[in-house]
Design a protein around this ligand. Structure first.
Ligand code: ZN
Length: 386
């Protein structure tokens, strides 16, 4: 490849000349700004560049006192400190802004909002809550409510969470009715387990059912409560209603349906219900419950377990294979435990539930994901079936 050197020889002086002119223009601009801006800015900036944050902030505060229109600088500084994890300083900046009498209402709200962020990031949740509550009536109101909602959820203060969700619902933010049902269920669980007040728990669950007829959890929880008090018939009715109101939840209660159906003398009805559910969605938990129902009805296990084979012809399933194998007589009897153990080991991760929002996996089903705090983000099916 050949270069034309004459272009470079010509071009270099031109580039130098252009650069020189540009630098003169920059200097002139800087001199004009220098005359206009208070010295305290540059002092502050210098301190900041030298990582002397305390002196820098003092210089900036001085600059602001001399020039009341520099609230923008304060906001920038406050955000900077928060982002650096220097929450105490961020709070100082924002509290200073709030203490100023000349601040516009708009900037006052903005400072209040920034202060709430400082407390949140610093983990001072009580103070964050106070700061957020002061944002009522401002343009940050709904954002503040959403943050308060997650704070109350984290603190498991369900009554407060319900109050905020109600306000958000009225403000037309989104539909919070499903979440309200969870709050009532949580309160019911607290009433039952902490306060030993089953009638209060029952009343809360009934309220949840009335408010959200399509929610599965209140009916499942109510069935558990009734079964715990030997009201087998009432418990069975609650689970049976899921077929119409929340059919997707049937795999979660399939085994319980057999147990309660057996205790209430309605095993045959329970089995029919499971068959209908299985015809719609062949879930492995429902297949398993059908085998249990047959065994409960007196069918010999060697016959009943054919239900697992039926399931495997529909859906290949290591979980079903393991269950079927556990009762299969082996020609080589000694090999059975090792093979059985291997299949179970391979099937165990497949039998977990997985959050669709964050991927968190758990052996048991969660209504609220412990990983990402989302509600009902776990599909009611095992990982193998997803
Ligand atoms: Zn999650």
């Amino acid at each position: 490849m050949e270069f034309d050197l004459s272009w470079i020889l010509l071009g270099l002086p031109v580039a130098f000349a252009l650069g020189w002119i540009a630098s003169r223009l920059d200097l002139r601009q800087l001199r004009i700004e220098n005359r206009q801006a208070p010295k305290a800015y540059f002092k502050g900036l210098n301190y900041l560049l030298n990582e002397q944050q305390d002196q820098a902030i003092d210089a900036f505060i001085e600059a602001v006192q001399k020039d009341p229109d520099t609230s923008e600088l304060h906001f920038a500084l406050g955000n900077l400190f928060r982002r650096r994890g220097e929450y105490e300083r961020a709070v100082r900046v924002h509290e200073h802004l709030l203490s100023r009498a000349d601040l516009s209402q708009k900037d006052r709200d903005r400072a209040q909002h920034a202060l709430a962020q400082d407390f949140l990031k610093a983990g001072l949740l009580d103070r964050a809550e106070d700061a957020l509550r002061k944002l009522d009536g401002t343009r940050y109101q709904e954002q503040a409510w959403l943050t308060l909602l997650s704070l109350h959820e984290r603190a498991r203060d369900w009554a407060q969470a319900a109050a905020i969700a109600g306000r958000l619902q009225t403000a037309g933010q989104a539909d919070f009715s499903a979440r309200q049902a969870h709050y009532l269920c949580e309160q019911a669980a607290d009433a039952l387990n902490k306060k030993h007040d089953p009638s209060k728990a029952r009343q809360l669950l009934q309220q949840a059912i009335d408010q959200s007829p399509g929610a599965a959890r209140p009916r499942i929880q109510l069935a558990g409560l009734l079964a715990g008090h030997d009201d087998w018939h009432g418990a069975f009715e609650q689970l049976a209603k899921l077929e119409h109101h929340a059919p997707q939840a049937m795999p979660l209660v399939a085994s319980e349906l057999v147990r309660i159906g057996h205790a209430s003398g309605q095993l045959a009805r329970g089995r029919q219900l499971l068959e209908r559910s299985y015809a719609l969605t062949p879930a492995v938990d429902v297949a398993d419950a059908l085998v249990q129902a047959d065994v409960s009805a007196g069918v010999p296990l060697s016959e009943a377990r054919e239900g697992y084979v039926r399931h495997m012809t529909q859906e290949p399933s290591l979980i079903a294979a393991g269950r079927w194998l556990s009762h299969e007589p082996f020609a080589k009897e000694g090999a059975h435990p090792a093979v059985q153990r291997s299949i179970e080991h391979a099937a165990r991760p497949l039998a977990r539930y997985r959050c669709a929002a964050c991927g968190f996996e758990a052996q048991g089903y969660f209504w609220q994901c412990p990983g990402c705090q989302a509600w009902e983000s776990f599909p009611p099916r095992r990982i193998e079936e997803l």
